[in-house]
Ligand binder design. Structure first.
Ligand SMILES: Cc1cc2nc3c(=O)[nH]c(=O)nc-3n(C[C@H](O)[C@H](O)[C@H](O)COP(=O)(O)O)c2cc1C
Length: 203
C-alpha cells in the first residue's frame, strides 16, 4: 500500500447508517454532554450526548445534537431548561447506562442510581458526582434532516471546588473527562501536553 493512499467514501452510496459510523469513528475524541432535563410531569431525565461543542462565547452558549426526537429534546422544548454535566472517568458505566432508551416515565437518575443535586437557577437537577454543571436556558432549536441542534444559553456554572486549579479554572487531571470515540470505544484523558500560542511577528 502506498503511504498516503486514500479510500474514498460517497455518503449516498454508503448509506446514512454506515456513513454515520464512519463519521463518529473519524471525528474523535468527542466530549460528552450529560444532559439533564425535567419533563412537564416532573420526571428527571438524564442522557449522554457526544455531539457537543461550544457554540458561542458572548453570550455563553453550548449546543448538543439530538439524533431523532428523544425525551431530552421533548423536555427542553416543553420547559426551556436543561443542565449539561461533564462526565468523569469514575462514572464510566453509569454514563453508558443513561444512554439506554428507558421509557419517558422512568428517571435515569433512579434507574442507574445517581444522586441528584438541586440546580441554582433551573429546575432540572445536576448530577452530584459530576465535577462541572452548566445550567442552561433554551436559546433555540435548529432542525436539520433527522437531527435537531439544541442551543442553550449558560446562565450558571457550578464546579467542584476541589477540581479547580490555583488559577481558578478547572484542572483537566481533576476533571478526568471521558470522551466518546467510534464503535463502542471511549477515551480517557491520556497524556496532557502544553504549548503556548505563537504570535505572528513581522520582521
Ligand atoms: C456516550 C454516548 C453519547 C451519545 N451521544 C448522542 C448524541 O450526541 N446524540 C443523540 O441523539 N444520542 C446520543 N447518544 C444516545 C442517547 O444517549 C440515547 O439515545 C438516550 O437513550 C437518549 O435519551 P432520552 O430519550 O432520554 O433523551 C449517546 C449515547 C452515549 C452512551
Amino acid at each position: 500500500m502506498t503511504a498516503g493512499a486514500r479510500t474514498d467514501f460517497d455518503p449516498e452510496e454508503l448509506g446514512h447508517g454506515r456513513f454515520y459510523a464512519l463519521m463518529t469513528a473519524s471525528i474523535v475524541p468527542r466530549p460528552i454532554a450529560w444532559v439533564s432535563t425535567t419533563s412537564e410531569d416532573g420526571v428527571d431525565n438524564l442522557a449522554p450526548h457526544s455531539f457537543f461543542p461550544v457554540a458561542c462565547v458572548a453570550p455563553p452558549i453550548v449546543q448538543f445534537t439530538s439524533v431523532g426526537r428523544k425525551d431530552s429534546l421533548r423536555n427542553i422544548e416543553a420547559t426551556g431548561e436543561f443542565v449539561v454535566s461533564l462526565t468523569p472517568e469514575p462514572l464510566f458505566e453509569q454514563v453508558n447506562a443513561t444512554g439506554t432508551n428507558y421509557p419517558a416515565d422512568v428517571s435515569e437518575f433512579d434507574a442507574v442510581g445517581l444522586e441528584r443535586e438541586p440546580s441554582a437557577l433551573v429546575r432540572p437537577p445536576r448530577v452530584r458526582a459530576s465535577p462541572v454543571a452548566l445550567e442552561c436556558r433554551l436559546h433555540s432549536v435548529v432542525g436539520l434532516g433527522n437531527s435537531w441542534i439544541v442551543l442553550g444559553r449558560v446562565v450558571h456554572a457550578a464546579v467542584h471546588t476541589e477540581a479547580l486549579a490555583d488559577d481558578g479554572l478547572p484542572d483537566v487531571e481533576r476533571l478526568a473527562p471521558l470522551s466518546r470515540l467510534g464503535r463502542a470505544e471511549w477515551g480517557t484523558r491520556g497524556e496532557i501536553r502544553r504549548i503556548d500560542r505563537v504570535p505572528y511577528e513581522a520582521d
